[in-house]
Ligand binder design. Structure first.
Ligand code: KIV
Ligand code: ZN
Length: 498
């Protein structure tokens, strides 16, 4: 078996998704979970991009022991200096530097020439090598870079000391056979790969839905590191998903590739990332979607009951899904709730657990079945308890032939405020009432309501974006009452105003 290094970029490429930004404490939580999952490298951020990113790389470096901590830079000395400083406490550290190599990037992004790009790439790698041994080079938009030129770039940077060469399909354009040929071409034309001084890495985007297929093709072509994110999150259509790659190589031992991933931690990690980033996982998502192991047709159910192997290629337990105990009801105790939260990657005890349990009982009174999504929402709601503006009460009168009217009570910095307003619907009335208390120039830009599972007693999740002072702020809430969820999401966004 050959080892495949898992490079997780959930906290860098994944975190670039609008509305998914995490604070440092949340990033540490994710990083520690990634460590428990067994990833080899954690890309913790792009330190020069903001003080928040810098700080997160510092704190993750302190908190994590085994995985290598990696920081992204452009091929610019200042970026590398800042990354070196941010990685100060990392036990194992890597600088990931690079530059665009496709004709479009060379011409429009850098107004440069192919030869000058090689010089800049080599200079950046040599500069980074002064501070760390482990330097990874990325050739941005390698997917659309001619193979012969790309091999010259990669040969030059490996001679300058790069030990990992990342070949991103930045725009998600390539099809698997082309990406495999590109990796194979580089493997065969660059000495450093032949003699084991460097390895090739895949980094695939999912714009055409081929990120995972391209990554597998890249590994079959000779890559020995894959860059992936939990739940496949990332800009636009996302990146290759870690869980798919880990399970592909586990279910196909004949491919001769093994990873360090403890697959039973996949589901809790997926839940944790989805909950902290307020990023729902599509129900039919491979491996971690709600329906990934749900058999609904009679023929399939019959087969699975006779022998699971008839329709299942993986045991749900192998990815950390303990099917038997997914459903909680009003009769479940604190211990059952605590266990479900633990399975979902949330560790709480004592008073914090009591508070979530009280909310759980209230919800269980209204809903027959409490799912993992519900309890994550309950725990998430608890995390936002420290907000400045809080909703005390909301009363709405609405219905056919009535003018919707809302009265609202808010607590702002421990003071109580009340207001009432009418609107063209219950949400409009409630938000107008809220705006008579919080008199800011703010505009609701996006507003989505989504049921979590099914049934008229279901929780509704609301995502909103609110524009204030030239910035967009994202708000989120979940409630069985959609008007309350809408107002809470608005308040969540307001609490983020700077
Ligand atoms: O997609 C990409 O090209 C990247 C690089 C910055 C590594 O994320
Ligand atoms: Zn990327």
């Amino acid at each position: 078996m050959e080892h495949l290094y898992i490079f997780d970029t959930t906290l860098r490429d994944g975190e670039q998704v609008p509305g998914c930004q995490l604070n440092t404490v949340e990033k540490i939580q994710v990083a520690k979970q990634l460590e428990a999952l067994g990833v080899d490298v954690i890309e913790a951020g792009f330190p020069v991009s903001s003080p928040g990113d810098f700080n997160s790389v510092v704190e993750i470096s302190k908190a994590v022991t085994w995985p290598t901590i990696c920081a992204l830079t452009r091929a610019v000395e200042k970026d590398i200096d800042v990354a070196v400083e941010a990685l100060k406490y990392a036990k194992r550290k890597r600088i990931h530097t690079g530059i665009g190599t496709s004709p479009t990037h060379i011409k429009y992004k850098f107004n440069s020439t192919p030869e000058e790009i090689i010089e800049r790439a080599v200079a950046a790698v040599k500069y980074a090598k002064r501070f760390v041994d482990d330097v990874e080079f990325y050739a941005e938009d390698a997917g659309r870079t001619d193979n012969e030129y790309l091999a010259r770039v990669i040969d030059a940077v490996t001679k300058a000391g790069a030990t990992v060469c990342n070949i991103p399909d930045t725009t998600g354009f390539r099809i698997p056979i082309e990406y495999q040929e590109k990796i194979k071409y580089l493997y065969e034309h660059v000495d450093a790969f032949q003699c084991g001084k460097a390895i090739l890495s895949t980094h695939c985007h999912n714009d055409l839905g081929m990120a995972t297929a391209n990554t597998v093709a890249g590994v079959l072509g000779g890559a020995r590191q894959v860059e992936v994110t939990i739940n496949g999150i990332g800009e636009r259509a996302g990146n290759t998903s870690l869980e798919e790659i880990a399970m592909i190589f586990k279910t196909h031992p004949d491919l001769g590739i093994e990873t360090n991933i403890n697959t039973t931690k996949i589901y809790p990690t997926s839940r944790l990332v989805s909950s902290l980033m307020n990023m729902p996982v599509q129900p039919n998502k491979a491996i971690v979607g709600r329906n990934a192991f749900a058999h609904s047709s009679g023929i399939h159910q019959d087969g699975v009951l006779k022998n699971a192997a008839t329709y299942e290629i993986m045991d749900p337990k192998d990815v950390g899904i303990d099917e038997a105990s997914i459903i909680l009801t009003a009769r479940s105790g604190r211990a059952a709730l605590k266990h479900r939260l633990h399975v979902n990657g949330i560790e709480i005890d004592g008073e914090a657990l009591d508070k979530v349990y009280q909310k759980f009982l209230m919800l269980a009174d209204k809903k027959k079945e409490i799912t993992d999504d519900d309890i994550m929402m309950l725990a998430g709601a608890e995390r936002s308890a420290a907000h400045n503006v809080k909703l005390d009460y909301l009363q709405v009168t609405t219905g056919k032939g009535l003018k919707p009217v809302a009265s609202i009570g808010l607590q702002i910095a421990n003071e109580h405020f009340e207001a009432a307003a009418s609107g063209n619907g219950p949400v409009d009335a409630a938000i107008k009432a809220l705006k008579t208390i919080i008199k800011r120039e703010m505009t609701l830009k996006e507003f989505t309501i989504q049921a979590i599972s099914k049934g008229s007693d279901d929780l509704a999740k609301v995502h909103q974006s609110v524009e204030f002072d030239g910035h967009i702020y994202y708000g989120f809430s979940a409630n069985t009452d959609i008007v309350t969820a809408s107002v809470e999401a608005y308040i969540d966004a307001i609490n983020k105003f700077k």
